[in-house]
Design a protein around this ligand. Structure first.
Ligand code: GLN
Ligand code: ZN
Length: 759
């Protein structure tokens, strides 16, 4: 069996691409130096794969910013509204699409399926042209780099269905007409690679995992059948899917003439297996079997893979199959080697180690008993490791009962009690939590981290910042204050570090978008909170003022979705464990005299399963996790939550079921989108649709914010329930613009109060 990968991390072993991009954007290096540096990263990525046993190496999966943008660029359809100065080079233009400039707002960016990677959404108008066939250049370049090596190259391209679908066509008709318009250009690109001597060709169609668009998929099948019959003699085409099963389309897909069909046998294992077993498959059909998890960081259980392959061998010709990761490896860091993760380290496999697992598996298949038994021992040990099993957490999980998930009284009652306890005006003003993380904050954090200042000095500094920010908020006239979150770098990492069951890498970077990388925590064991995590700062802030200060926590689902999660127990149970730890924190905050507690859940939506029929179950336990974290609060304590998006159409009932007393959401940036929901759905708890966009330096005038608030009232949000706040946290902003914007916001609330009643 041969080994292939579907894609490899792009960012460089030590984030070289990130640093190249940033110096290029700052104009510290020339275009030539930049491209030379990039070539080095690309070359290293190719060679790493070859040297670690990959037989068929992808080319074209690399990108300077994003592959969807590259595809749009190829087909001349990134966005027609863009205007460039005539002297701008192709590289400068490329980055303007991604990042915008003074004349051109950037293209929208959104999450790539259910990953934490963001892609650029092209603005397609139906007119395509072959603008730049970079794939053929990449192929020729890689061929040169690998001369003399005994490997095959495999150009990779996002397929037409997935590409158009990700460009957000407005309905299925538009999807179909755009696909029809772009097919001839796809054919042209494919032909150029066939002519250039490509013996393999991977076409990515992960959108098939949605299991939708019957008509469009039928059309796609016709296109692929033509491609395969026209070029299939010279080139072996792979229909590559990932992020789940494709059982809805499998019967059709095997008739499209592909030499290989690539399947995700981790997430899609059972359903794909079933689809294979009940489909008539013609002899000689090849498969690329994604048996090593490309989305997570754990070692692979070989015995499971071997039993899977045994089952498959009854139906398909394994000698023609290839082994691969279940998706591109861009979602995991480069290498475990060099990390310092103690007992957890043995159980981890990042990109390079996953390649080792694939070659191991191939050996194990030839009845290499030693490999199998060593791997088995590893998993037996992992299950029992005392450092990750916590009896008291397991006990607590077992004794959960339905009442733990519900507040002591329904919202209406709580609302009355909170009104009395808090004494807030109508249209109360607040912020989302963080305030500008200025130079001095980052500097002191660095000094503390590197041991150049003491814990005490750091705490004294943070206390000073808290006093300052409370005073500022009082002067501005805000009603509900925050402590500013100066002690936090990242809203997940901050909590992860304080909880048991989390590990943190030194160099485990994963690309989030462009040059931005994140280092997700690794949840390896039972989660608990050994001691309070946020009390000191919040209590200190509350001591400085008579106005209520909000306690600020990151919610269980956001912590879950932004981490690598253990797979030996259900995700739901990990979420509940985190929720229990947060529940203790909520109780402690309350005991410390905090009367309002916000539990942020910006990542709730992105955890939605790709297949619609699985979404309900997810939402059900996600909502329950939030409730478990918060339901411990007394009726008088006001629970807030916050989300950074406004795309609520299909999840509004779940949002309501979270039973938060107040929810703040993004609204100013996507004007109106959010409010449409309220025409149909009567949301009956407090809500603060953001009145200004915190992503921009611009300070909107009072009148604009008043107008937005009035629009909320017009669209059916009850005046007793309306809060006034920005779209999101202010940590990326500067102080001068922040003060001006908040002052305008407070003024806008006053205007609204005068017009619509004081209490
Ligand atoms: N409380 C957080 C902040 O203000 C919320 C951030 C977020 O929603 N992503 O920074
Ligand atoms: Zn936000």
């Amino acid at each position: 069996m041969r080994i292939t990968t579907l894609g490899f991390p792009r960012i460089g072993k030590n984030r070289e691409l990130k640093f190249l991009l940033e110096s290029f954007w700052r104009k510290e290096i020339s275009e030539k130096e930049f491209l030379k540096g990039v070539e080095k990263v690309k070359r290293e990525n190719l060679l790493l794969q070859v040297d670690n046993g990959v037989d068929i190496v992808p080319v074209g999966d690399f990108s300077l910013y994003d592959s969807v943008l590259d595809t749009a660029w190829m087909f001349g359809c990134a966005g027609k509204r863009f205007r460039f100065s005539p002297s701008a080079s192709w590289l400068e233009r490329y980055f303007v699409y991604a990042r915008g400039d003074s004349k051109n707002p950037a293209l929208e960016m959104t999450k790539w399926f259910d990953t934490n990677y963001h892609y650029i959404v092209p603005e397609i108008d139906g007119v395509f042209s072959l603008e730049y066939n970079w794939l053929v250049d990449e192929f020729k370049w890689a061929k040169k780099v690998l001369t003399g090596k005994k490997v095959e190259l495999k150009p990779v391209l996002i397929g037409p269905y997935t590409f158009i679908k990700l460009s957000k066509p407005k309905d299925s008709e538009e999807l179909i007409s755009l696909m029809e318009a772009i097919f001839p250009l796809y054919r042209e690109v494919i032909k150029s690679l066939v002519d250039a001597g490509a013996r393999y060709f991977q076409i990515d169609e992960p959108a098939l995992v949605y299991g939708e668009d019957k008509k469009a998929v039928r059309l796609l099948g016709r296109f692929y059948s033509q491609i395969n019959s026209e070029f299939g003699k010279k080139t072996k085409f792979i229909l590559q899917t990932y992020f789940g099963s494709i059982e809805e389309h499998f019967k059709e897909a095997v008739t499209w003439g592909f030499e290989y069909i690539g399947l995700d046998m981790v997430r899609g294992r059972e359903a794909n297996l079933k689809a294979i077993s009940c489909t008539k498959i013609k002899g000689g059909q090849g498969f690329v079997l994604g048996v090593v998890d490309g989305r997570n960081v754990w070692r692979t259980d070989y015995s499971q893979v071997i039993s899977l392959l045994k089952k498959l061998s009854k139906k398909i010709d394994l000698s023609k199959a290839m082994l691969s990761p279940s998706s591109s490896l861009q979602f995991v860091p480069y290498a475990v080697e060099g990390e310092d993760l103690g007992e957890v380290q043995d159980y981890l496999a990042f990109a390079i180690e996953k390649l080792g697992e694939l070659t191991d598996l191939r050996k194990a298949l030839k009845e290499n008993k030693k490999i199998i038994s060593e791997n088995k021992r590893l998993f037996v040990r992992w299950a029992k490791e005392p450092f990750r099993n916590d009896i008291s957490v397991k006990q607590r999980m077992k004794s959960l009962s339905e009442t733990d998930f519900s507040r002591p009284a329904p919202f209406k009652k709580r609302f009355a009690l909170q009104k009395k306890a808090l004494g807030l005006p109508m249209f109360p003003t607040t912020t989302i939590g963080s305030f500008p993380q200025t130079q001095d904050v980052r500097r002191m954090r660095r000094l503390y981290r590197t041991g150049q200042i003491s814990r005490l000095a750091y705490d004294v500094f943070i206390a000073g910042k808290i006093r300052e920010v409370i005073k500022i908020q009082e002067d501005l006239g805000l009603d509900v204050l925050v402590h500013g979150e100066f002690e936090r770098t990242d809203m997940v990492e901050f909590f992860g570090i304080k909880m048991k069951g989390f590990a943190f890498t030194k160099n485990g970077w994963v690309q989030s978008y462009g040059s931005r990388c994140v280092r997700p925590p690794i949840i390896y064991g039972d989660v608990s909170r050994p001691e309070p995590m946020t009390i000191n700062e919040v209590r200190y802030a509350q001591e400085q003022t008579d106005k209520p200060v909000k306690g600020m926590l990151t919610g269980p689902i956001t912590i879950l979705n932004w981490s690598f999660v253990r797979t030996d127990i259900a995700r739901r149970d990990v979420a509940y464990q985190i929720a229990l730890a947060l529940r203790d924190e909520v109780a402690d905050l309350e005991a410390a005299g905090i009367s309002i507690i916000q539990v942020d859940e910006p990542a709730l939506r992105e955890g939605l399963p790709l297949k619609k029929r699985q979404q309900k179950a997810y939402l059900n336990w996600a909502v329950k996790a939030f409730r478990l974290a918060t339901a411990v609060a007394r009726s008088e304590t006001q629970i807030h939550t916050h989300m950074c998006y406004s795309d609520f159409n299909d999840i509004i009932e779940a949002i309501s079921a979270m039973d938060a007393d107040v929810i703040s959401i993004e609204n100013a940036r996507s004007r109106g989108e959010l409010l449409d929901v309220f025409k149909e759905y009567k949301y009956d708890k407090c809500i603060g649709p953001g009145v200004y966009d915190i992503h921009s330096k611009r300070v909107p005038p009072v009148s604009e914010m008043v107008e937005l608030l009035e629009e909320c009232l017009r669209r059916g949000i009850k005046k007793e329930l309306l809060w006034v706040n920005p779209d999101c946290g202010l940590k990326t902003r500067d102080w001068p613009e922040t003060k001006k914007a908040l002052l305008n916001m407070v003024k806008a609330a006053k205007v609204i109060r005068e017009r619509y009643g004081k209490r």
